[in-house]
Design a protein around this ligand. Structure first.
Ligand code: SF4
Length: 233
């Protein structure tokens, strides 16, 4: 399929994408991923910010340091010197930027919710997502990770792994927006937190195992949908 021949506004392949069949193929191949990126809701938020532009293994090192410093609570994260916070999260990379982003989040909770996270989680879906998106350094992917994994709301997370495999199969183009890619899944799937959770975790597994920078299509459960096979769904 030559995606370049498509109209500029035709960024998603028309027709019914094989969203459910892909899920079944991934699940059959790798099984449940038991993925929950954090022990508490706050840890999920911290992890979602720290994982920007870095591997999760580096995030784990930064989280371990925060745990040693007994800093995985909102009050410490909000009050500690910014330089100290940056030092604690150094293994996650871009540590000065990420320290400022963490501080922007804690400042928002402090200012708008009296420092009480539980008040933030009480917001209605769209209001909560918009509140997160207003925080400096929180974009749609980070916001939806927090929505899904910390707040338990049905928002599909689109990351680089998602775009990579969809693009390689010609199901999206580079021009597809974040929301358009998310809708590729949510238009078909039920609005269901465990399904969104498992699906995203399986896509991460796919991106780390077979659909890597150099794809290993021969051993990939999605091989049958490669464009060359003439079976796009
Ligand atoms: S078949 Fe190849 S391109 Fe498709 S998801 Fe697997 S590794 Fe990626």
């Amino acid at each position: 399929m030559n995606v370049d021949k498509k109209r500029p506004d035709d960024k998603l392949k028309p027709g019914r994408p094989p969203v459910r069949a892909i899920y079944r193929a991934l699940y059959r191949h790798w099984g449940p991923q038991h993925w929950w990126p954090g022990r508490t809701r706050l840890e999920v938020v911290v992890g979602a910010i720290l994982t920007q532009n870095t591997a999760w293994t580096n995030v784990e090192k930064a989280m371990a340091r925060l745990r040693r410093e007994k800093a995985l609570n909102l009050s410490v994260l909000h009050r500690v010197e910014l330089n100290t916070l940056a030092e604690w999260i150094r293994p996650a990379g871009y540590y000065n930027v990420k320290a400022r982003r963490l501080r922007a989040f804690t400042r928002m909770v402090d200012k708008e919710f009296d420092g009480r996270l539980e008040r933030l989680w009480k917001l209605e879906d769209r209001v909560l997502r918009d509140t997160l998106l207003r925080v400096h350094g929180i974009g749609p992917e980070t916001a939806d990770s927090i929505m899904l994994y910390a707040a338990g709301r049905p928002f599909f997370v689109v990351d680089a792994y998602t775009r990579r495999f969809l693009g390689r199969h010609g199901w999206i183009t580079d021009r597809a927006t974040y929301d358009e890619v998310a809708r590729w899944f949510t238009d078909v799937l039920p609005r269901d937190v465990p399904v969104y959770n498992e699906y995203h975790a399986l896509i991460v597994r796919l991106g780390k195992t077979t659909c890597r920078r150099r794809p290993l299509c021969d051993r990939c459960p999605l091989k049958r949908w490669l464009p060359e096979s003439g079976d796009g769904g």
